[in-house]
Design a protein around this ligand. Structure first.
Ligand code: NAD
Ligand code: TYD
Length: 366
């Protein structure tokens, strides 16, 4: 297998840690550099099992820091970038949109510009290089619920790669902008790029501010489960390792300048997810059936709350043969078990102690 040197940004986050682990374990001949600022969402403990691997390096830095990006690309002779670093939580974007413009837009632009400077300075130029940008289905806006009583799918329309962008939240607006910059670097400078837009991920190591890990943690502690609005919004859920597998496949076999949608054909109304989580978590905790149902608390809706996301990922299936491997019931059970088996992981986040892991490993350089 050819040696490669791959910069993975945001590798200490939820999806990034699964991608780093997969690449470190599957490709011992590759040099994997995890470039992460360790914001509140970054947790090196997610990578404990691979941190000593000879093909793994960690660089503690901000993607907005052009000098460090340039230095890292040159020092490690990077020929592939998988870009996951981002501010990723919609509710935070509603409170502080500027942080999202900074990292998601300016940070992505900084990475693109420095990759361009470096790769264009090489004798072979862009040959054998790839800038792979990880994005979200939220850039496409929201779909209607035109089959509200018919069960999933909850509407007749799906996001395809041709769906025009119509982001609503500051998060999705910043991701849409970064997607456009990535494509612009292909169209303007000839940089080899790929963009993928994925639906909602779930699984181990997700920061407990997102629906599924937050609610598992709250059920465990007997705390309220804050459901926005009436809980009728629909999301299309994909197990995170299936996303990491798609990223691996697309990084190696995807067509340059192409977009691929990644999704599970797995639509759920929020309230049904919450009930399923309660069912599984109560059973695994040994609680009587329905024990945690009274924790459900309907609260004020999220501002601009997108009604429905649903991805058509047939291009990825037809061109590269990818399909989700896990049924949702199986994935959800696996996920709940992981959070219940690793309560100290969530508890260290809640207490803030997770930040000490970095200090113990790398000294007090924050
Ligand atoms: P996350 O919030 O769990 O992790 C983000 C990581 O990026 C963290 O480790 C953080 O420290 C790092 N980071 C943030 N700002 C940085 C900066 N300026 N410089 C360097 N590192 C920085 O996010 P996630 O859920 O793993 O999402 C990863 C990517 O996938 C994002 O680009 C997101 O838009 C996209 N995505 C996420 C989902 C989902 O359901 N979570 C779905 C589709 C696409
Ligand atoms: P989230 O996990 O934040 O992902 P996204 O906003 O990117 O889809 O939320 C998933 C769905 O769950 C979304 O419709 C908002 C809803 N939600 C709640 O009802 N309560 C909560 O506490 C959270 C975090 C989300």
């Amino acid at each position: 297998m050819a040696e490669r040197s791959i910069l993975i940004t945001g590798g200490a986050g939820f999806i990034g840690s699964h991608v780093v682990r997969r690449f470190v374990n599957r490709y011992p001949g590759y040099n994997i550099i995890n470039f992460d600022k360790l914001t509140y969402a970054g947790n090196l403990e997610n990578l404990r099992d691979v941190e000593k691997a000879p093909n793994y390096r960690f660089v503690h830095a901000d993607i907005c820091d052009a000098e460090t990006v340039a230095h890292t690309l040159r020092e490690h002779k990077v020929d592939g970038i998988i870009h996951l670093a981002a501010e990723s939580h919609v509710d935070r974007s509603i409170r502080d949109p500027f942080a999202f413009a900074r990292t998601n837009v300016l940070g992505t632009l900084t990475l693109l510009q420095e990759a361009r400077n470096y790769w264009e300075s090489l004798p072979e130029g862009y040959e054998g290089k790839l800038f792979y940008h990880i994005s979200t289905d939220e850039v496409y806006g929201a779909l209607q619920l035109d089959r509200p009583d018919g069960g999933a799918p909850y509407g007749s329309e799906f996001f395809t790669e041709e769906t025009p962008y119509a982001p609503h939240s500051p998060y999705s607006a910043s991701k849409a902008s970064s997607d456009h910059f990535v494509r612009a670097f292909h169209d303007t400078y000839g940089m080899p790029v790929i963009v993928t837009n994925c639906s909602n991920n779930y699984g181990p190591y997700q920061f407990p501010e997102k629906l599924i890990p937050l609610f598992i943690s709250n059920i465990r502690h007997g705390k309220k489960l804050p459901v926005y609005g009436e809980g009728l919004n629909v999301r299309d859920w994909l197990y995170v390792e299936d996303h990491a597998r798609a990223i691996d496949l697309i990084f190696h076999r995807g067509r340059v300048a192409r977009t691929y949608n990644i999704g599970g054909f797995n639509e759920w109304k929020n309230i049904d997810i919450v009930k399923a989580l309660i069912r599984v978590t109560d059973r695994l905790l040994g609680n009587p059936e329905g024990h945690s149902l009274p924790l459900i608390t309907y609260i004020e809706d999220r501002k601009g709350h997108d009604l429905r996301y649903a991805i058509d990922s047939s291009r990825l299936k037809e061109e590269l043969g990818w399909e989700p491997s896990l049924q949702f019931e199986e994935g959800l059970e696996k996920t709940v078990r992981w959070y219940l088996d690793n309560p100290e992981w969530s508890d260290r986040i809640t207490s803030g102690e997770y930040r000490d892991y970095y200090r113990r490993m790398y000294g007090d350089r924050e």
